[in-house]
Design a protein around this ligand. Structure first.
Ligand SMILES: NC(=O)C1=CN([C@@H]2O[C@H](COP(=O)(O)OP(=O)(O)OC[C@H]3O[C@@H](n4cnc5c(N)ncnc54)[C@H](OP(=O)(O)O)[C@@H]3O)[C@@H](O)[C@H]2O)C=CC1
Ligand SMILES: CC(=O)N[C@@H](CCC(=O)OP(=O)(O)O)C(=O)O
Length: 310
């Protein structure tokens, strides 16, 4: 029998992209609410409780409400794209490649939290180095990133694209999160296995989709003997045996004059790079992804498939 999937928030940016990815699937039945009724609580509650898996593509408060609406119904499993449950101990974190045990946790979980777009890049770079003992306790990690403007959902898309919007943004590239209290920091710290909160500096560019996340490191302050090569080897070993996260070879990286934030648009994979010069003092770790691919909708479909494969 086809699994029943309901996307709560199906008419938003993340929800629409999930719907597109699922449109031709014969193994699932998509439950749907007309766009005009998207905030009708009775209809949402009925649909949520009719689904085998409900994918929540909503702001945090509405996700928490959907959780309450389904709490008594053990037949429905939730996959939440918001920030609401990403460090909650009862929820499996939906980043299957971050750890060898994570895939099985997602497969069997009733509740799965889809990772944030920036944390997917940051955790993807940091966690293997913590696990390998390369990044020591107390290291002051910084994460610098640029996102396409769809990362801010319907509101930011309208502000960037509509010149008549009362809060139109004319900038081609802007920094934000200037209080350094971005909602993704707890998630980066918890799943990055960091003992100190990372300093996270995000920005947005005038392109719809795409993302670059950078973690610059000082080699002298890493575990004794760490080199560009040993960092690269640790990442390669960590991601062996799967095909979603790839680690670009040092030879290939060394030839690159630049990295295009839009290179992986439309793809649900992530590329990791290690930059540095032999004998140099610094390393720059870079993750490249589509904020709506591996950063949101693509990851959600991947997690849904794992949940269905249990
Ligand atoms: N965009 C991205 O790159 C990423 C987004 N996410 C997360 O995914 C979630 C959705 O984000 P995104 O798709 O960008 O946001 P959008 O604003 O584009 O879409 C959200 C949708 O949810 C609807 N909605 C809002 N409040 C309610 C409510 N109370 N009841 C029912 N429906 C409601 C909105 O309707 P209306 O039009 O009426 O407002 C809209 O259709 C967020 O938690 C976001 O943080 C995660 C990773 C990346
Ligand atoms: C460009 C932009 O505004 N990005 C969003 C993060 C993307 C998003 O909403 O995803 P999460 O659910 O993972 O938080 C922000 O900084 O709040």
């Amino acid at each position: 029998m086809a699994a029943k999937i309901f996307i709560d928030g199906e008419h938003g940016t993340t929800g629409l992209q999930i719907r597109t990815r699922l449109a031709d699937r014969r193994d699932i039945e998509l439950l749907s609410i007309p766009e005009a009724e998207r905030r009708n609580e009775k209809m949402r509650e009925d649909m949520l409780n009719s689904a085998d898996i409900a994918i929540l593509c909503l702001p945090d408060d509405a996700s928490k409400q959907a959780y309450e609406m389904t709490a008594a119904n053990n037949n429905v499993r939730l996959l939440d794209a918001s920030t609401a449950f990403r460090v909650h101990p009862d929820w499996a974190y939906g980043f299957a490649e971050m750890d060898k045990a994570q895939k099985a946790k997602i497969q069997s979980a009733r509740y799965v939290s889809n990772p944030g777009c920036y944390p997917t890049g940051a955790i993807g770079l940091i966690r293997p180095l913590r696990a390998a003992g390369i990044l020591p306790d107390g290291y002051p990690v910084s994460v610098n990133a640029v996102s396409g403007y769809t990362g801010g959902g319907k509101q930011l898309i309208a502000q960037m694209e509509d010149e008549n919007h009362p809060e139109h943004l004319a900038a081609n590239n802007f920094l934000y999160g200037l209080t350094l209290k971005h909602k993704h920091v707890p998630e980066m710290q918890t799943h990055g296995l960091l003992d100190r909160a990372p300093l996270f500096a995000p920005s947005v560019g005038r392109f719809a989709q795409g993302m670059i996340v950078q973690v610059p490191l000082f080699l002298d302050d890493l575990a004794a003997g760490t080199t560009v090569e040993s960092i690269h080897a640790a990442l390669v070993a960590h991601y062996a045996g799967q095909d979603i996260v790839s680690v670009v070879s040092l030879t290939e990286s060394a030839k690159l004059p630049r990295i295009d934030a839009e290179e992986l648009v439309g793809q649900d994979t992530m590329k990791l790079f290690v930059f540095g010069t032999a004998g140099g003092a610094h390393v720059n770790l870079v993750a490249l992804l589509d904020n709506l691919g591996k950063g949101a909708s693509g990851a959600a479909v991947q997690n849904m498939d794992l949940m269905l494969s249990a």
